[in-house]
Write a protein that binds this ligand. Structure first.
Ligand code: SF4
Length: 297
């Protein structure tokens, strides 16, 4: 999908990319077939509001069923979902279709209804939590990630605390946290004073990250002792605490179907392959483990 017509008050996307347009399903499927023939094992369906995909009579859930039929494709991920008019059939597809990863990126942006209104997000915190509850009810092992903006114009300490509360309540696996900065041409820039001092934004960013890290660490620790299927991305650019000891088995990085980051030692030629990794250690951002087997798809 291209573009967006949600017009959140802080965002330039609808102005620079134009209205939401869904690409024809046949084109998407042909493109994925080509990628799979070239060796791709995973595709990510992209859209600013991918859950509102609509092409002729097809909704996003229908597209997932169609893409799932492609032989040789192993994992289907999709980002980003908009928390309004969420078609529950998408959750059913996540249960019905083994290729669809049980990972949902659904930005909340704030836990305060007052701020959500000023952002023109079109939902309340309660409505957002209803979607999260539905997702967990239908897909019990779903991994959910979110985005937050701190320091939006007029955000009080109390508004900010409500964002922290939402992270704890929703138990996000991770959240991307951004400090508000006005974008020229947006309604927030034209109508609202950027009145939260830079140091307050910075502190709220640190504090919200700390809340999320605590939740992430608790979730990640539940993986210790279990074996997860990982699609290997390649050598880890950052060196982690457990540095690889042998040259032949550098430190690799990959992701699970729930988009958890996993670091382990292994030969570099595993990039693009699936492996099973037994998790031995977990931090807020990363799972660490050892390969137990390769599982070429
Ligand atoms: Fe669209 Fe996302 Fe921008 Fe809102 S924040 S206008 S949903 S792209």
């Amino acid at each position: 999908m291209h573009g967006c017509d949600k017009f959140c008050s802080y965002c330039v996307v609808p102005y620079v990319r134009g209205p939401e347009v869904s690409r024809p399903a046949e084109k998407i499927i042909t493109q994925i077939r080509k990628l799979v023939n070239a060796g791709a094992k995973q595709v990510t369906l992209l859209g600013q509001t991918v859950n509102s995909y609509k092409y002729e009579s097809m909704g996003f859930a229908d597209l997932l069923y169609e893409v799932s039929k492609i032989d040789g494709l192993e994992w289907i991920k999709f980002v980003t979902c908009y928390p309004r008019n969420f078609d529950q059939r998408i959750f059913r597809a996540m249960v019905d279709l083994p290729k669809v990863c049980k990972y949902l990126h659904i930005p909340a942006q704030s836990g305060s209804d007052r701020i959500l209104r000023a952002m023109n997000r079109g939902y309340t915190c309660e409505q957002y939590m209803e979607i999260i509850s539905q997702a967990r009810e239908i897909v019990p092992d779903i991994a959910i990630a979110s985005d937050f903006i701190v320091g939006f114009p007029g955000e009080t300490d109390d508004d900010f605390q409500q964002s922290a509360k939402l992270i704890e309540q929703a138990q996000f696996k991770n959240s991307y946290i951004f400090k508000y900065s006005p974008r020229p041409g947006t309604r927030a820039d034209e109508k609202l004073a950027d009145d939260i001092p830079a140091e307050v934004k910075k502190q709220r960013n640190i504090d919200l990250l700390a809340v999320q890290e605590k939740v992430s660490e608790q979730i990640n620790k539940t993986f210790i002792g279990s074996t997860v299927k990982v699609l290997v991305e390649g050598a880890s650019k950052k060196s982690h605490l457990d540095n690889a000891t042998e040259k032949e088995t550098p430190q690799l990085i990959g992701r699970t179907s729930g988009d958890y980051i996993v670091v382990f030692d292994g030969p570099a030629n595993l990039a693009g392959q699936f492996v099973d990794v037994n998790i031995t250690k977990a931090s807020a951002l990363t799972l660490f483990g050892t390969i137990t087997s390769r599982r070429d798809a």
